[in-house]
Design a protein around this ligand. Structure first.
Ligand code: TRP
Length: 333
């Protein structure tokens, strides 16, 4: 049987955090065992809203690669590569851009939200406006049928599916593959401040690379149930990020169920729950941190790994580009 092809990626604008792990990294570590997996460091996409900070993007390419290796992505099983080093991607994007209307682009809900969050108003960079189409190129260039991402990326995959259908219909071909999104069961991890989403720019993230001390500080300062003032008061479990994290990371589900019950009944203080959460997170992050430090000692080795992955990715994407050009009848030589 042919292996399923998986493609996913991250913008290198900062180190990765627990939200990334729960939303997508955990699935990738699993999928690399059974699928042909490509993981892309989306530096070109990061530049769509960081054109003035290419240095920051470049630095974070290495950080993100270290995070990948630390959580257990294995370059023997997963092709890890740098987006801007694969020239077929912008070429595909150029052809795909003609198959989508400006009006459709303006209505992509994730892009709309990001425009608001970044305060672009009318002055949104054109490259940013069209990044969903470049993302469609990323996905289709590798003929990926599965894309493990966080919820916020669903509109991108929907746009990709529309584009694939349009391309295949218009050029009477089957060269492009319709992708499917894979969303994790824990759809979204809240921030330590209780906000709905953990985000690096929101200042509410626990990073995979945080030291024990930083982790302890963040857990101790976590938002809980603001109505839970005295230990003996009944506390709210639902929507309490401390319990959301325990659900995502604690292995002893029965123990967590007991804690929840006790908390809801009253008599269990926030500091007690946080102490346990800290143990759980430290046990999870400690080996990741150790592996990260080990890989970080050899940045040239990491860059070499990326170079090899990028060569493999270039070849795959170039093959699809030729098929696309042939389907369009613009294969001249
Ligand atoms: N947009 C994704 C993010 O912000 C990154 C990304 C770029 C991506 N190209 C992709 C994800 C292709 C999945 C597939 O995290």
């Amino acid at each position: 049987m042919k292996k399923k092809i998986v493609l996913t990626g991250d913008r290198p604008t900062g180190p990765l955090h627990l939200g990334h792990y729960v939303g997508s990294l955990a699935a990738r570590v699993r999928l690399q065992e059974s699928c042909r997996q490509f993981v892309m460091i989306a530096d070109a996409q990061a530049l769509t809203d960081h054109a003035d900070q290419p240095g920051k993007v470049r630095e974070n390419v290495l950080e993100v690669a270290l995070d990948y290796l630390a959580v257990g992505l294995d370059p023997q099983k997963t092709t890890i590569f740098i987006q801007s080093e694969v020239p077929a991607l912008p070429e595909l994007t150029q052809y795909f851009l003609n198959l989508v209307t400006w009006n459709r682009l303006k209505h992509n809900p994730t892009v709309k939200l990001e425009i608001q969050q970044k305060g672009f108003g009318e002055e949104v960079p054109a490259g940013f406006m069209v990044y969903p189409i470049s993302q469609a190129a990323d996905i289709t260039a590798f003929k990926a049928s599965l894309v493990p991402v966080g919820e916020d990326q669903i509109p991108m995959i929907e746009q990709t599916v529309e584009l694939v259908r349009k391309f295949n219909r218009l050029y009477r071909t089957g060269v492009l593959v319709e992708p499917e999104v894979l969303i994790s069961s824990v759809a979204r991890l809240p921030g330590v401040d209780g906000k709905a989403k953990m985000g690096k720019s929101l200042g509410n993230a626990i990073f995979l690379s945080d030291s024990s001390d930083v982790l302890a500080k963040k857990v101790k300062g976590m938002y809980t149930d603001p109505g839970h003032l005295r230990v003996e008061d009944p506390g709210k479990v639902e929507g309490n990020p401390v319990f959301t994290y325990l659900d995502a990371f604690a292995e002893d589900k029965a123990y967590v169920a007991g804690l929840k019950e006790h908390y809801a009944r009253g008599g269990l203080g926030d500091s007690g729950v946080k102490k346990y959460l800290l143990e759980v997170l430290e046990a999870f992050l400690h080996p990741i941190r150790e592996r990260r430090q080990e890989f970080a000692k050899h940045p040239e080795g990491v860059m070499q790994m990326l170079r090899c992955g990028t060569e493999v990715a270039r070849e795959s994407a170039q093959k699809t580009l030729l098929e696309v050009r042939r389907a369009m009848g613009i294969d001249y030589f």
